[in-house]
Ligand binder design. Structure first.
Ligand code: NUP
Length: 216
């Protein structure tokens, strides 16, 4: 049973709000990252809160434990429900994000392997499995794994077992929605939805596929 998560990587806050609002009925969560937050400010989180959808902060936090904790506390006090951090920083740094998330009743997801081609320079050769293992040991709520490489999702599933896998890379990056849905708890989709001529229609089409998979 996978969630449909919109990656709202738009720079114009008014248009971002319009797209989010028009797609909201088809979505299970919205992911915000540097593009929108740097252009609109952290206040955009409160602006989107009335849509009633969980908001995920994709800052891929990757600093020392103290700084990670400070960042995560800002994220959750701004109203986010979940945070994404990197795992290559190691146990203490990941734990700082997980601890802050759980203190706020929120969730923390650890990037195990990225979806773009260049990710293979460093995430291959067992590194992703090690990061996923660390995520489990640190009590993270789940990992991020690439929709562009379903076989890697399957490999990482055997590490994280019942923890969540959220997967970006559908559509524009080449990942196939129908192939990935049975493997994960959430698909993260940006340009394929917000870049469509009619984002609400595209979100509805994808939500119908998600619902089909849920009921199969
Ligand atoms: O490995 C990752 N790949 C990825 O695309 C980890 C991510 N967090 N993302 C994010 O997912 C990326 O920053 C963007 O916000 C979204 C995918 O967007 P799109 O390729 O569907 O437009």
């Amino acid at each position: 049973m996978a969630d449909l998560i919109l990656a709202l990587d738009l720079l114009d806050p008014m248009y971002a709000r319009e797209v989010a609002e028009s797609c909201a009925a088809s979505l299970d969560a919205i992911k915000l990252g540097y593009p929108l937050i740097l252009s609109a400010g952290l206040g955009v989180v409160k602006d989107l809160a009335d849509l009633g959808l969980p908001l995920i902060a994709d800052f891929k936090v990757a600093d020392i434990p103290n700084t990670n904790g400070l960042i995560a506390n800002q994220v959750f006090s701004a109203g986010f429900d979940a945070i994404i951090c990197h795992g290559f920083t190691g146990r203490d740094a990941v734990e700082a994000c997980v601890d802050a998330a759980h203190a706020y009743g929120g969730e923390c997801f650890v990037v195990a392997e990225m979806s773009h081609p260049g990710a293979l320079s460093f995430f291959s050769r067992g590194v992703a499995e090690q990061i996923a293992t660390l995520a489990v040991e640190c009590r993270a709520d789940g990992i991020i794994a690439p929709a562009t490489r379903p076989e890697r999702i399957r490999a990482l599933r055997s590490v994280v077992r019942s923890r969540k896998i959220y997967s970006p890379g559908i559509g524009t990056q080449g990942g196939d929605l129908r192939s990935v849905l049975p493997l994960v708890e959430g698909v993260i989709v940006g340009r394929t939805i917000y870049g469509a001529a009619d984002p609400a229609k595209e979100a509805a089409v994808m939500a119908a596929i998600v619902n089909d998979e849920r009921s199969s």
